[in-house]
Design a protein around this ligand. Structure first.
Ligand SMILES: *[C@@H]1O[C@H](CO)[C@@H](O)[C@H](O)[C@H]1NC(C)=O
Ligand SMILES: *[C@@H]1O[C@H](CO)[C@@H](O)[C@H](O)[C@H]1NC(C)=O
Ligand SMILES: *[C@@H]1O[C@H](CO)[C@@H](O)[C@H](O)[C@H]1NC(C)=O
Ligand SMILES: *[C@@H]1O[C@H](CO)[C@@H](O)[C@H](O)[C@H]1NC(C)=O
Ligand SMILES: *[C@@H]1O[C@H](CO)[C@@H](O)[C@H](O)[C@H]1NC(C)=O
Ligand SMILES: *[C@@H]1O[C@H](CO)[C@@H](O)[C@H](O)[C@H]1NC(C)=O
Length: 408
């Protein structure tokens, strides 16, 4: 077997400069995955794992028996290891822990062997991570919100965390009680379990007095005794809009409307406006200095823009021109967080656009004269609209599909 692998690899050594035929791996969110790679011999001095879309940052660099933290992309910090640090039989496989959809991409394994001072591409693996179940929770500042999660009955350990809080967690439940040691200070005295007994595995949280800094992705995990690992159960996308910001906006067809979005971070590298039920990938998108158009939903082409193209002071409000009733729906504005390579949603707007009805001009006398007719016609239009247009509120509560929600 190893002889076969070795001969296969040495054959590939010559071919791989031209094309690496790619292997695909699919994983669930929260899993630990192993990306296999075997170098043709044991004389390995340097191993580098990289991903094309990360530029010159590496995933893992191992040189002369040490990991090199300089130049590592921050999203991999404390999450990667070699399967075998001894690299027996040329095994330079990578272990990547707690994967998320942000880890999607083509991973390449390069090694430097013996005398040749050249990193050689050995293997390339495409990792695809399935998005987890999710729920979108819009809230106004000051409100009490519930983050839902249902764990298997008798769970002994449950962990709530938020990607951008790093080592600090939101809540940790262990062996019958809450463990306050590493809880992020912003949650102290604001959090309670919905059901202290956690009957039927209900480990939902109630967060008091929500504020915009609470916006983010709350991940609920349970420790699985069988596999001795954490399993991600659900992501709650909490979006707390700033005080005074309207969450419901009403407009008439033909009008222009501004949907508000304000980031406290003014160093913006990516912004996406999304909408529930759309065909394209986004309504409006800006990333790394470019306004993307390629996968924009067609119905918004040439109709949407940032109110302020410079996004001064983190103002990422979007203007939508020439509204139609079909524009009704739920809109979310997200910012890209470089460190975790994930999107954080910070604004949520329910837009409802009604057909312009009623008189468009004329004298008061005429208006009074025809008001009865208008009422009847208006009522008929209203009835027809309710039947034909599907933009009533309940339907717009539908969460975005994971693909729509998690960009990239
Ligand atoms: C691997 O996955 C990528 C992205 O989903 C796809 O484009 C490619 O065709 C797949 N390759 C194989 C060999 O399945
Ligand atoms: C990558 O490694 C796997 C497992 O070691 C092997 O089956 C596959 O052929 C390799 N692919 C390439 C392109 O070297
Ligand atoms: C969980 O345990 C409780 C109490 O033992 C029981 O009443 C309930 O039916 C269980 N639920 C599930 C989903 O197994
Ligand atoms: C909407 O904006 C467009 C482009 O700026 C402008 O030409 C048009 O007059 C505006 N329409 C309304 C109703 O304000
Ligand atoms: C964004 O800027 C515009 C003016 O440029 C202002 O009218 C609007 O209120 C600002 N929006 C937010 C959310 O700050
Ligand atoms: C803003 O982002 C750029 C590019 O990522 C970075 O070089 C710079 O240090 C950041 N500035 C602040 C204030 O975070």
């Amino acid at each position: 077997m190893s002889a076969v692998t070795a001969s296969l690899c040495s054959t590939l050594m010559f071919v791989l400069f031209v094309s690496a035929d790619q292997k695909n791996i699919t994983a669930e969110s929260g899993q630990d995955v192993t990306l296999t790679c075997r170098a043709p011999n044991n004389n390995i001095r340097v191993v580098e794992w990289s991903r094309a879309d990360l530029g010159d940052k590496h995933v893992l660099l191992y040189r002369d028996g040490h990991f090199v933290p300089e130049g590592q992309h921050p999203s991999f910090k404390n999450r990667v290891d070699l399967q075998d640090r001894q690299m027996k039989d040329g095994d330079v496989s990578l272990i990547l822990k707690d994967v998320t959809t942000a880890d999607n991409g083509a991973y390449e394994c390069h090694v430097l062997m013996g005398e040749i001072n050249l990193l050689k591409l050995i293997n390339s693996t495409y990792l695809h991570v399935d998005p987890p179940d999710h729920k979108i929770i819009p809230a106004e500042s000051g409100q009490k919100v519930t983050l839902t999660c249902r764990a298997p009955n008798n769970s002994k350990r449950v962990k709530w965390s938020r990607a951008d809080l790093r080592d600090k967690y939101v809540l940790l439940y262990q062996d019958g009680h809450l463990n306050p040691d590493n809880q992020h200070p912003s949650f102290k005295s604001r959090l309670t379990l919905q059901d202290r007994q956690m009957k039927n595995g209900d480990v939902s949280l109630i967060l008091k007095d929500a504020n915009t800094a609470d916006s983010g992705t709350y991940m609920c995990r349970v420790f699985m005794e069988e596999t001795r690992s954490w399993k991600l159960l659900i992501n709650n996308y909490l979006i707390v809009v700033p005080p005074g910001q309207k969450m419901n906006i009403k407009a008439e067809s033909g009008q222009n409307v501004t949907l508000p979005c304000q980031s406290s971070n003014i160093n913006i590298t990516g912004v996406k406006w999304m909408r529930s039920r759309m065909e394209g990938e986004y309504v409006l998108s800006y990333q790394n200095g470019n306004f993307e158009r390629d996968n924009q939903d067609r119905s918004f082409k040439n109709r949407v823009d940032f109110l302020d193209i410079q996004m001064t002071d983190g103002n990422m409000s979007m203007i939508v021109n020439d509204l139609t009733p079909a524009d009704s729906g739920t809109y979310m504005c997200g910012v890209f967080m470089e460190e975790t390579r994930s999107w954080k949603y910070i604004s949520y707007v329910r837009l409802s656009v009604t057909d312009r009805s009623g008189p468009t001009g004329g004298s008061v006398a005429v208006i009074i004269g025809v008001s009865a007719v208008v009422l009847v016609v208006g009522f008929l239009i209203y009835k027809r609209k309710r039947r034909s247009n599907t933009h009533d509120d309940p339907e717009d509560e539908q969460p975005l599909s994971p693909q729509e929600l998690v960009g990239d």
